[in-house]
Write a protein that binds this ligand. Structure first.
Ligand code: SF4
Length: 338
């Protein structure tokens, strides 16, 4: 357990970050070993009803070319991911009411009927009845980033939304039996080190099954276009502290980290930040030309699409072996919480 003062001191301590990174790597090795989780992401819609200030998919952005994949395309892509040897499919989209409860349950069942994979959903907030139906259809995991634990900053960044509602939904996901993932954005305009300290305190208290930390990178078509991108070293200190306080939580080296530092971002997240998960973009797995989707999922400007091959290269470079023997479920399932 770290207290707030210790977390804040470590966040501030640039000179001491080498030791922090070494400790995060030690905790990662002790809890996760040398295997890494390789998880295929399908971005199936970039429509979104929300208007979050930092996000290129926000509904007010008229410059984005919107797309939706059909249920058949989503299932086909997911099965191609499974055929490539990945054991987790992450279905991600903006909050898009076009996909009804029935459609999404059909997609989940369509994948699980034919492939031995775990399905992670990242669909934002839906009615609790929907979330329960997805769980009953077989979805094992749900990723719902809390974004920031500062309620004022949260309301400012996500107009019309309250942090308390988000946290209630996250609790509900856990009660429904989902392996639950949360995460924050590092470097949001107006964010303080105290805010990041609160995020890490939340990770410590909640002990999520998965954490996804991403940097703020200004998107040209958003109100935050003139903001400064996150500081890579600070973000890695947040990663490292998160690993230290959560022990065996699955911690993703998000693809936005590769946008912030294309050559070394994800590699550093693995060797310095304690990451053990990488989630390549798998939309190009759609093979047939007629099904080709004009594909734009730019939460940040210049977002890099990390292919499976690139992800494998990051793991090789970091000395990690992709997990293939199991679906890579939560390591906390053996730890007594489940
Ligand atoms: S962050 Fe998610 S919910 Fe918010 S605008 Fe972007 S896609 Fe929509």
């Amino acid at each position: 357990m770290l207290n707030s003062k210790e977390i804040l001191n470590a966040l501030r301590d640039v000179a001491g970050q080498r030791a922090l990174f070494a400790e995060a790597d030690r905790v990662r090795a002790a809890n996760c070993g040398q295997t890494a989780q390789l998880r295929g992401v399908v971005h199936f819609s970039n429509h979104c009803r929300h208007d979050d200030l930092y996000c290129g998919l926000r509904r007010s952005n008229r410059n984005i070319k919107r797309f939706r994949m059909s249920p058949e395309q989503i299932v086909e892509t997911s099965l191609a991911i499974a055929a490539a040897g990945l054991r987790t499919v992450v279905l991600q989209a903006g909050e898009d009411a076009h996909y009804t409860r029935e459609m999404l349950c059909g997609i989940i069942r369509g994948i699980l009927d034919k492939a031995d994979v775990a399905i992670t959903l990242s669909l934002g907030e839906r009615p609790l009845e929907d979330l329960l139906a997805f769980r009953e259809a077989g979805a094992a995991r749900y990723l719902m980033k809390h974004e920031t634990m500062n309620p004022t900053l949260y309301a400012e960044m996500r107009p019309g939304h309250a942090l308390a509602d988000r946290l209630r939904t996250i609790e509900s996901l856990r009660e429904m039996g989902y392996q639950t993932g949360v995460g924050d954005i590092v470097g949001l305009p107006g964010q303080t080190l105290e805010d990041l300290c609160a995020d890490i305190g939340f990770f410590q208290d909640f002990q999520p099954d998965m954490v996804n930390i991403g940097p703020f990178i200004p998107h040209a078509d958003t109100p935050l276009r003139d903001g400064a991108a996150a500081d890579m070293d600070l973000m890695l200190r947040v990663f490292a502290l998160t690993r230290i306080v959560t022990g065996n939580t699955h911690l993703a080296a998000a693809n936005t980290v590769a946008t912030l530092d294309p050559d070394n971002g994800q590699y550093r997240a693995f060797i310095q930040g304690g990451a053990n998960v990488i989630m390549p973009n798998c939309n190009p797995f759609l093979k047939s030309k007629t099904d080709k989707i004009e594909y734009e999922f730019q939460i940040t400007t210049r977002k890099r699409y990390v292919s499976v091959e690139e992800a494998r290269n990051v793991l090789r470079r970091a000395g990690r072996v992709p997990e293939t023997a199991s679906r890579g479920d939560s390591l906390k399932m053996q730890g007594g919480r489940f």
